[in-house]
Design a protein around this ligand. Structure first.
Ligand SMILES: [Zn+2]
Length: 426
């Protein structure tokens, strides 16, 4: 069995001149976000005195496959450095969600104790634990030290990056897999071809590669330009997925939409060509076409909306600052770095970003703009005039929670359109 893959599916670090998915050169710039630092390389009191690296950050659209992508790839070793603020404790909400995934997949594929399920990027093994409880064989693959936690919790986990070599070792030892699952990894990796062929070689005949990632249509419909950062090399449409898997011995057999990561899709790629395809695939493809993911004008409109939201935000911030009022930020997801660096907001305009007391980001500084990140108790003590919700895709629960804790400030939601929410309206 040949385990080769197209050359363009090994994304080299540095500038990229053709589509990462389909190799087309018909690429268009949607938004130029300037040179930006890595959003998860927060500065400490020490590193803030050192030079800071920035890299081009441009949102590019491929006319051929509709994939949105970056045209510069920062080497993975720089992005995922040892201090990468990866959160080990999975939230209760995510655990419940993952449990639901495992139950629905067990039912859908009639999985039994004979089946093997692999999760790539398996974190602490939460997703696999649902399969294990049902008596199904599981193996996790996780490159970080969280693999040790998973193993301690009884979920067999191999601490490694996933590639063809790792896949063949797993197959040798545990046999072929009925399902290979990966969530929230497919936007990130440079070794796209290795990953797909690794999954391919590990799967049994008719095995399914299930892949969940944030969804281009939701990014565009929701004005979520701030999901564009160096870690997200690609933002997929269903069409882009189909064009990707066309280059391999797979059929996209089903697709589902969900609301994770500000809107996600789960794509089912079955091993082999010409497999039976669920009508959901055709339906969503038609919807993408109708929505305009195949037209440059859709992306130009998206860019115009982002630019307008930026102007209104900056106008508000400067005017409010002039009247002596206090505006601060709340919560510092990765996307806050893209937003504040592109807008050009520093600690003179936004003196601090409040984070919950358990955050690993506490007492660090936002990359590029060096806004300090501090314990959100200060919000309650200080009662600023306005609090900007930087994790705006979860604005409602965050505002409700802050108000419950006694915050009397009004709120600013920066995207998809600039909006002020009175505290009394929360
Ligand atoms: Zn393309």
């Amino acid at each position: 069995m040949s385990l080769s893959y197209p050359k363009h599916h090994l994304i080299k670090s540095g500038p990229i001149y053709s589509c990462q998915v389909c190799n087309s050169k018909k690429l268009h710039t949607v938004l130029d976000l300037g040179h930006q630092p890595l959003c998860d390389t927060l500065l400490s009191k020490e590193t803030i005195n050192e030079p800071e690296k920035t890299y081009p950050l441009r949102m590019i659209w491929c006319e051929n496959c509709t994939c949105v992508q970056l045209d510069y790839c920062v080497d993975g070793s720089e992005v995922y450095h040892p201090d990468y603020p990866y959160r080990s404790g999975i939230t209760k909400e995510l655990a419940e969600y993952q449990k639901k995934i495992s139950n629905s997949l067990i039912e859908r594929y009639n999985l039994t104790s004979k089946d093997l399920v692999i999760d790539v990027g398996s974190n602490d093994g939460t997703l696999l634990s649902g399969f294990k409880e049902a008596g199904i064989k599981v193996v996790g693959v996780e490159p970080t030290n969280i693999a040790k936690i998973a193993n301690a919790n009884g979920i067999l986990t191999i601490q490694s990056f996933f590639d063809i070599k790792t896949a063949s070792k797993i197959k040798e030892k545990y046999g072929p897999a009925s399902l290979v699952i990966t969530t929230n990894t497919f936007a990130h990796m440079q070794t796209l071809g290795e990953f797909i062929m690794g999954a391919y070689s590990l799967l049994s005949k008719d095995g399914v590669f299930i892949n969940e990632t944030h969804y281009l249509l939701d990014v565009i419909a929701g004005g979520q330009f701030d999901t564009i950062y160096h870690e997200h090399l690609r933002t997929y449409s269903l069409k882009a997925y189909i064009k990707l898997f066309e280059q391999y011995d797979f059929t996209i057999t089903d697709v589902e939409r969900g609301d994770r990561y500000g809107g996600n899709i789960r794509v089912y790629a079955t091993k082999g060509k010409g497999k039976k395809v669920n009508p959901s695939v055709k339906r969503l493809l038609q919807y993408e076409k109708k929505f305009g993911l195949g037209k440059l004008s859709t992306f130009q409109k998206f860019a115009d909306r982002v630019k307008k939201a930026r102007l209104e935000f900056m106008d508000f911030l400067i005017k409010t600052k002039k009247t002596g009022k206090l505006v601060v930020g709340n919560s510092c997801p990765a996307r806050a770095s893209t937003l504040l660096n592109y807008y050009g907001v520093d600690s003179e305009l936004l003196p601090y970003i409040a984070e919950q007391s358990t955050s690993l980001k506490l007492n660090k500084f936002l990359p590029g703009k060096h806004i300090p990140i501090i314990n959100n108790q200060r919000l309650i003590d200080e009662q600023p005039n306005f609090v900007v919700i930087l994790a705006w895709h979860y604005a409602k629960p965050i505002m409700e929670q802050l108000k419950k804790r006694g915050l009397k400030s009004d709120f600013v939601i920066p995207l998809p359109d600039f909006q002020i929410v009175k505290n009394s309206k929360v």
